[in-house]
Design a protein around this ligand. Structure first.
Ligand code: SAM
Length: 263
């Protein structure tokens, strides 16, 4: 349940270092400030002399979020195409999150080894491949602004979200007026929300809710089809592959985050 979920009280308190260790900025530890007259120092009560938690800083911020990333197919395919962009999957299921974590670790190790092993036939991969991808167990419906600052993200993917068919379950859908305001908050103006589903009713629901939101406009079909991330989203997610096997339809819609109006 959400009680076991760990999330930072504020994005500045988020420690990304274990997810993206290659991007950690190594800073000189700060010297503790000298008390001019130690005997005159006020007595400290328990806990009050603790320094505030300072997470390690990264040289860049996470820019792409995959909401409900499942087994991580999208991220793993996207990572080499945007090698300098940090991307994060958010997944609520414990075992699935663990699977993606292991998958990323294995891919990183494989890439490093392949880069170290000379081959006549193929050019070596970049040794740092997959260093830009991470996964977190989180309830994306609740804690998004705890992880990301306002305007931090350039892309949000919502791929084959759970349809929650019954009307009384619609409030559990990952697209809603309230949640769209959270996506608008964490996305920068010009940023894009990518959606795909095989459920026509859910597609219409997502289009309706994003089009009704003042912070978003739908991206034209021409622009949509020329975006390389769309081709990856269509073919590389596990759910997308399942739909392909079953000869199902895939409905795609993209929405651009608009500039905020000047007050
Ligand atoms: N996006 C993946 C794909 O296309 O293959 C997985 C799609 S699967 C149908 C939906 C995923 O969303 C599941 O893995 C589920 O556990 C996850 N999910 C559902 N609600 C979520 C939430 N509130 N926060 C994070 N993940 C969630």
């Amino acid at each position: 349940s959400d009680h076991q979920l760990i999330y930072p009280p504020h994005p500045d308190q988020m420690d990304w270092s274990s997810l993206f260790p290659d991007y950690v900025v190594h800073e000189e530890p700060q010297q503790p400030q000298q008390q001019p007259n130690p005997s005159a120092a006020a007595p400290s009560s328990p806990g009050t002399d603790l320094a505030p938690f300072q997470p390690k800083r990264l040289s860049k911020d996470v820019e792409i979020a995959d909401i409900g990333c499942g087994f991580g197919g999208l991220l793993v395919a996207l990572a080499p195409t945007l090698p300098d962009t940090l991307m994060l999957g958010l997944e609520i299921r414990v075992s699935v999150t663990q699977f993606v974590e292991d998958r990323i670790q294995a891919l990183r190790t494989q890439a490093r080894r392949a880069a170290e092993t000379p081959s006549d036939s193929s050019p070596p991969p970049a040794p740092g491949m997959y260093r830009n991808v991470g996964v977190l167990r989180a309830n994306a419906m609740k804690f998004l602004p705890n992880f990301f600052r306002k305007g931090q993200l350039s892309k949000i993917f919502i791929c084959f979200p759970d349809p929650h068919f019954k009307a009384r379950k619609h409030k559990q859908r990952i697209v809603s007026a309230t949640l769209n305001s959270e996506y608008a908050y964490v996305l920068r103006p010009g940023g894009i929300v990518y959606t795909i589903t095989d459920v026509p009713d859910l597609h219409e629901w997502m289009v309706r809710h994003f089009e009704a939101h003042p912070s978003f406009e739908r991206v034209s079909e021409e622009e949509q089809e020329s975006d390389p991330s769309v081709a990856i989203m269509r073919t590389e997610t596990e759910e997308g592959k399942k739909v392909e096997r079953n000869k199902g339809q895939k409905h795609v819609a993209l929405f651009r985050r608009l500039e905020d109006p000047e007050w």
